[in-house]
Ligand binder design. Structure first.
Ligand code: FES
Length: 206
């Protein structure tokens, strides 16, 4: 299996070094593999297997279990609309329908340009700010159908290099769960979690 670019290989080594047993690094390394190609390819999973010393089948068993690991392209911007109970009671079905109309695809699909993917998600842990959704796993709370449409339009026009919870919340969000969360100054750069070991998020307090 060919290696990743050196900068990615260096990140992989740094992630592995955080664990007493290298196979414990399989999950963050899968996100790193997604950051290389936008989703988990066979080659990416093979590299993870090689780095942590397990078989590709074992890596696939992890990757295929968790819905946040993507085995197919999901677009540059992945919109995840929560439709679990708290959000459903506060109108998330209408939000999802508005998103489907505005993006022009059904949940689970990607637009023809490969720019925006849409999925409905189980509870994303923001019930206090329901209805909630995410773009590239960056959270927006208190969303409504009209704001969701405006968000899609903004993604198409602005095509931000990074998406950031604080920016999207101020532009399109409503009532959040809390008003004291630490602000982010970078955000997520791909359709995978903004996860510190990748350097995609740096707290503004650092
Ligand atoms: S039910 Fe939607 S965030 Fe929990």
């Amino acid at each position: 299996m060919s290696k990743w670019p050196e900068a990615t290989e260096e990140r992989a080594r740094a992630i592995i070094a955080q664990y007493p047993n290298r196979r414990s690094a399989v999950m963050p390394l899968l996100y790193l593999a997604m950051s290389e190609e936008g989703y988990l390819t066979e080659a990416g999973m093979a590299r993870v297997a090689e780095l942590v010393g397990i078989t590709p089948a074992q890596v696939l068993s992890v990757a295929s279990f968790y819905t946040m690991y993507k085995l197919e392209p999901v677009g540059r911007y992945l919109i995840s609309c929560c439709t679990s109970i708290s959000c459903m009671l506060l109108g998330s079905d209408d939000v999802l329908h508005a998103l489907e109309e505005e993006v022009g695809v059904a949940s689970g699909e990607v637009d023809s340009e490969g720019l925006i993917g849409l999925e409905h998600a189980e509870c994303i842990g923001a019930c206090g700010g329901a209805p909630a959704m995410q773009v590239n796993y960056e959270l927006i709370e208190g969303i409504n159908p009209e704001k969701a449409r405006q968000l899609v339009e903004w993604l198409r026009k602005a095509r931000p290099e990074v998406v950031n919870t604080d920016e999207m919340q101020s532009l399109f969000g409503g009532r959040p769960s809390f008003d004291w969360a630490i602000t982010e100054d970078v955000g997520a750069v791909g359709p995978y979690p903004a996860y510190e070991p990748f350097g995609t998020v740096r707290s503004s307090t650092e």
